[in-house]
Design a protein around this ligand. Structure first.
Ligand SMILES: *Cc1c(COP(=O)(O)O)cnc(C)c1O
Length: 829
């Protein structure tokens, strides 16, 4: 009894006093009671999860406050990472790991006969991002906190995340992702007192009395309320924040005027909902620009609320303003938050009264920008009329930035109108966001060596020639703590037994695993871990889809957004060809394989959705054909998200990374697979090239056109897919099968057929097909040589340290944000 009062009194005493699993069990039981008014026996798993999360948050909150105080005292430079998307994954397990509470919690719960894994499974997986870009932002938050850098995320608290994907009859259907069912998220702190006001529409009046003043009138003002999610560093006491903004209207003081329809307060509430819908949903397009007013509104909402709150926190007097670039960095994740350039200018000019030259100098030294794509359909361009109507003052500032920029260009390239027009921020009736981002930043980085090279030589070559010192490459990285320790604890344990645990803080140390490549017992233990992970995946697939997969088969996974350039369809054509070999010769000697697909298609992207249908049609045929004798299985896992990735990746033998060369800026899925000992089959694009350089020819399967070759075809033509159709019988067969009734829907895949043959095969699927089949065969033959294969797996894990987010962020700290302290992982170099 006495113990109980000791720990339930104030939770903070408890944080310091808690000594073991018994304390934890008592505190947890008390928290269930406090939160739900129920005894442990009558609480559901969901209620137990919420009580546990709440308890863990107690630990976070104290460290959050302490970290903030320490930063203030040390006057540490802060980094604000602005992103329209964050895909953090579930947080309970990550927080337990980072706080060092994993063991005490697991054992404490076991005393109460509760399985921690079952509670972890109760957490929603917040889908506040589309894919790689949002996941990268989340990985970087983890790395920044773990490196002890004061780096915080700024994003939007979407009421509904990316749609939930369900497949019926092979067709994707979209459902709202209602992740805030209880109206709140268990990790967040709502901070209404730090609400910011964001203004839209209206008009700007200019007054000249010695100096120009800009009066913004008749605007619509929307309140932005921040919700802070704590982000813990790995066992280092640091807790940073991810601040998510929500559009909210407080109607407490709005009089209800009863009109002649007698509607009164109904109208006020209806207006409230209409306004708040600003942050209702995330746009579901990955790498495709959607020129919708609401999207631009979301972008400005995020940028304006974030910058106002950042300045309010850091600026007390004018001297502070001038030191802004020394006090903080603002980083923009792709062009989506690039209005930050104009908004920072607005605040400095209009709110703080600085002059143009000084404001511009401060702005450009504070802001930096990462480019994520060279796909033309992804480049954001806003029509002037839409932009100007929504953001009149911001438009004036962009105009002025553009005029001054073009004057500078004129001095550099007198008379070269074509060049100036190509680089202008405003041209052809549109505002070019990439040009704004480059002009307004002191650093611009690409995300892999080849991507940066393409930026410099092609997409942004004019800007590169103008200001070469701005451009640099920082290859992406992922948090190995989530993707190894959390997703694959058995592997992490095995590695620790072999080389100690220093690799957790210092992933380069994974290299020491190379010493074990010839150690039989280690190789055996690795194989066992992989098998256990394959079994875990197989059980999930059996339970969820009723499909039995052979855990000894080669598990080949292609999991990512469905997009023509990512070429899921090429994978499908190969499987069809493999199947044709069995149809031709039922006794064909084929290495048993399981092909796993997962990924969402943008709801308006017909071809991608048809690719999902094609995968299902193929699965339907192959999985039920007795002739196949279970040598091939095809599985599509629905609603791909971070939790699914954590399940699939550790249980895969082969990682499919087969985009058309030059189109995947970097990729991060490829890195996660590598860390978990899967071997890549890939084209020479993005980070695949860096993986290839790290592991060497023997430990990766590369094929296909190079980026240079692809770009040369686009420039000069000379590729006709019909030539391949006529030369390669396998290609002819699979093409005919798309439309000849082989699948029970003869017209269903006509669009694919036409794209491959009649529309020039823009993504070079047929061109790369023969080589792809060849390396697939080679790979399968090497897979059955278990000893050889195990060495490849070890080499992949051992060389994956450079793809840790820690390395990437240490590079940002050094070369982009100019943070004084050198993070530990760069100190030794
Ligand atoms: C890593 C990840 C991605 C990005 O995968 P790519 O293969 O790089 O496209 C997308 N979605 C989720 C859920 C991820 O975890």
């Amino acid at each position: 009894m006495q113990r109980e009062s000791q720990i339930t009194g104030t939770n903070f005493d408890f944080v310091d006093a808690m000594s073991g699993e018994e304390d934890f069990a008592i505190a947890f039981t008390a928290n269930v009671m406090k939160l739900h008014g129920k005894s442990l026996d009558s609480a559901s798993n969901r209620e137990k999860y919420l009580a546990l999360a709440d308890l863990v948050r107690t630990f976070l909150s104290k460290r959050l406050a302490d970290t903030e105080a320490a930063y203030r005292q040390e006057q540490k430079k802060q980094v604000y990472y602005l992103s329209l998307e964050f895909l953090p994954g579930r947080l309970l397990a990550a927080n337990l790991l980072n706080l060092g509470l994993q063991q005490v919690c697991e054992q404490g719960l076991r005393r109460l006969n509760i399985n921690l894994a079952e509670l972890i499974d109760q957490e929603e997986d917040p889908a506040l991002g589309n894919g790689g870009l949002g996941r990268l932002a989340a990985c970087y938050l983890d790395s920044m906190a773990s490196l002890g850098l004061a780096g915080h995320g700024c994003g939007i608290r979407y009421r509904y995340g990316l749609f939930e994907q369900r497949v019926t009859d092979g067709y994707q259907r979209e459902f709202p992702d209602n992740w805030l069912k209880e109206g709140r998220n268990e990790w967040e702190y709502r901070r209404p007192e730090e609400t910011m006001n964001v203004r839209f529409g209206g008009r700007v009046r200019t007054i000249a009395n010695g100096k120009l003043h800009f009066i913004h009138e008749n605007y619509q003002q929307i309140s932005a309320v921040p919700y802070d999610i704590p982000i813990a560093g790995y066992q280092n006491e640091i807790v940073n924040t991810l601040r998510l903004w929500s559009a909210e209207v407080d109607v407490t003081y709005q009089a209800c005027t009863f009109d002649r329809h007698g509607k009164g307060c109904i109208n006020v509430i209806a207006d409230k909902h209409a306004t708040e819908s600003l942050t209702d949903t995330l746009y579901p397009d990955d790498s495709v620009y959607e020129g919708k007013l609401l999207r631009l509104k979301q972008q400005y909402f995020l940028v304006s609320a974030s910058l106002q709150s950042i300045l309010r926190k850091h600026v007390v007097n004018k001297a502070d303003l001038r030191l802004l670039p020394e006090k903080l960095s603002i980083h923009i994740n792709d062009t989506h938050p690039s209005l930050a350039v104009a908004e920072l200018m607005r605040l400095l000019l209009d709110e703080y009264g600085l002059g143009w030259a000084e404001s511009w100098d401060i702005t450009t030294r504070t802001i930096s920008y990462t480019n994520h794509t060279v796909l033309p359909e992804a480049l954001e361009k806003w029509p002037i009329d839409l932009f100007q109507t929504l953001l009149p003052r911001i438009y004036m500032i962009v105009q002025e930035i553009n005029e001054r920029f073009c004057r500078e260009l004129w001095d550099m390239y007198p008379g070269d109108w074509q060049k100036i027009k190509a680089m202008a921020i405003i041209a052809d009736g549109t505002v070019h966001m990439a040009a704004l981002a480059i002009a307004g930043s002191h650093r611009v980085n690409g995300v892999s060596a080849i991507h940066t090279q393409i930026l410099k030589q092609k997409t942004m070559s004019d800007f590169y020639q103008l200001t070469p010192q701005k451009f640099l490459n920082i290859t992406n990285g992922v948090t190995h703590r989530r993707w190894m320790l959390l997703a694959n604890p058995d592997l992490a344990q095995l590695i620790c037994e072999a080389i100690g645990d220093r690799w957790i803080a210092n992933p380069d140390e994974l290299q020491h695993l190379l010493n074990f490549a010839h150690d039989n017992s280690f190789c055996c233990a690795m194989a066992k871990v992989k098998f256990a992970n394959k079994l875990r995946l197989a059980k999930y697939i059996q339970a969820k889809y009723g499909i039995a997969i052979d855990t000894c088969s080669l598990i080949d996974s292609h999991i990512k957004r469905i997009h023509a350039y990512k070429r899921q369809s090429m994978n499908v054509l190969h499987i069809m060809d493999l199947y044709n070999r069995i149809l031709d010769n039922p006794h064909a000697d084929i290495v048993p394989r399981t092909f796993i697909f997962a990924g969402k298609a943008a709801p308006g992207y017909y071809k991608a959705k048809q690719t999902i249908k094609l995968i299902h049609a193929l699965a339907e045929k192959i999985n039920h054909d007795p002739l196949v004798k279970n040598r091939i299985k095809v599985v599509f896992l629905q609603n791909y998200n971070v939790s699914h990735a954590e399940l699939i990746i550790p249980g895969s033998d082969v990682s499919e990374q087969i985009p058309t060369a030059s189109m995947e800026a970097c990729g991060t899925g490829n890195m996660k697979f590598m860390m978990n000992g899967a071997v890549t089959i890939g084209t020479l694009d993005g980070a695949n090239i860096a993986i290839w350089e790290a592991v060497g020819d023997d430990n990766i399967f590369t094929f296909g056109l190079t980026a240079d070759q692809v770009l040369a075809y686009y420039r000069n033509g000379g590729y006709n897919p019909w030539d391949i159709y006529h030369q390669d019988l396998r290609v002819k067969t699979v093409m005919e099968q798309l439309v000849n009734g082989f699948f029970p829907y003869p017209e269903e895949f006509r669009a694919h057929y036409d794209a491959f043959l009649n529309q020039g095969d823009h993504y070079f699927v047929l061109k790369d097909f023969a080589q792809y089949v060849e390396v697939q065969n080679k790979l399968a033959n090497e897979f059955i040589n278990t000893e050889l294969w195990q060495k490849k797996c070890i080499a992949n894990v051992a060389h994956s340290g450079i793809f840790a987010g820690d390395r990437a962020f240490a590079e940002y700290a050094l070369s982009v944000w100019d943070l004084a302290e050198r993070p530990p992982c760069l100190r030794q170099h």
